[in-house]
Design a protein around this ligand. Sequence first.
Ligand code: NAD
Length: 272
Amino acid sequence: NINGTTTLHNGVTMPVLGLGVYKAKEGSEVIESVHHALDAGYRHIDTASFYENESGVGEAIKSSKIPREEIFVTTKVWNDDQGFEETLKAFDKSLEKLGLDYIDLYLIHWPVPGKYVETWKALEKLYSEGKVKAIGVSNFLEHQLKDILNDCSIKPMVLQNEFHPRLVQQSLIDFCKRSQIQYEAWSPLMRGEVFKNPLLKELAKKYGKTVAQLVIRWDLQKGVVTIPKSVHRNRIFENADVFDFEISEENMRRIDALDREERTGAHPDDFM
Ligand code: NAD
C-alpha cells in the first residue's frame, strides 16, 4: 500500500513512494501540494535547498498536525555549498528553513569534482550526531560511488538518480543492490515525456490505469523508490493509486526494453 516502506542498510525505514517538489513554488503552491499529498496518504517529501521551497515544505508539515516522526523528509546540499565546513553550514540553514530538528535523508545533490568526498565526510558527521537519520548521494555513477565507498566510514544508504523507462542503467542498479544501497528515481515520469509512448499507452489501457500509474508501478516492482512530482490534487492522488494491480514479468521486461540511455537532466560527468 501507499505506506509501503523499504529498510535501508542502517535499519531506517523509507516510504517507497514520495512527493517530489522541484519547481513547486515557495509559499502557497508548495504548501498546498504537500497538504494534498499528506491527504492522499504520502508520508515522504523530497525537496532540496536548490528548490527554494524548504520553508513551505516545513510549514505544510507543521500545519498538517501529522506527527513529525511519521513523515520522511529528504533535502540536499547544493553544489555551491560543497566542502566540509560549507556543507555543515548549509545543513543548518536547511534545517532552519524546514523548521525541523532533524532530517530523514540528506543527499549530496551532484558529485562536484574535487569536493564530493569532503562533502561526504560532513554528511557522516551530521549522521553521527543524529541530526540526520540517513545519508546518501544523487547523480552519482559507479565511479563516483566507488570514490565514496573506498574512502568512507559510513556507506551511503541511498542513490537518487534520474530513472524512467528511457534511462534504466540496470548495471548501476545491480551494483547498488550488491552494495545494499537503495536506488531512488528522480523524474520518474521523464517530466511528462513518457505519456507519449505507444507501448506504455497500450499497457496502461490493458491494466485499466493511466500511463503515470503504470510507470510508477514499474518503479516499485523494480525495487526503486519513486518521487513523482505534481502540484495538482487529482494527479497527486492518481500517482498514489498504484497498489491495486501488478505488471506481469513479461510486461516488466517490455518496459525495461524501452531503455535508450536518454536523459532529461544533466549527465553526472558533465553538469558544471
Ligand atoms: P517527474 O518525472 O516527476 O514529472 C513531473 C511532471 O509530470 C509534472 O510537472 C507534471 O507536468 C507531470 N505529471 C505528474 N503526474 C502526472 C499525472 N498523473 N498526469 C499527467 N501529468 C503528470 O519530474 P521531476 O519533477 O523532474 O522529478 C520528480 C522529483 O524528483 C522532483 O520534483 C524532485 O523532487 C526530484 N528531482 C531530483 C533531482 C536531483 O538532481 N536529485 C533532479 C530532478 C528532480
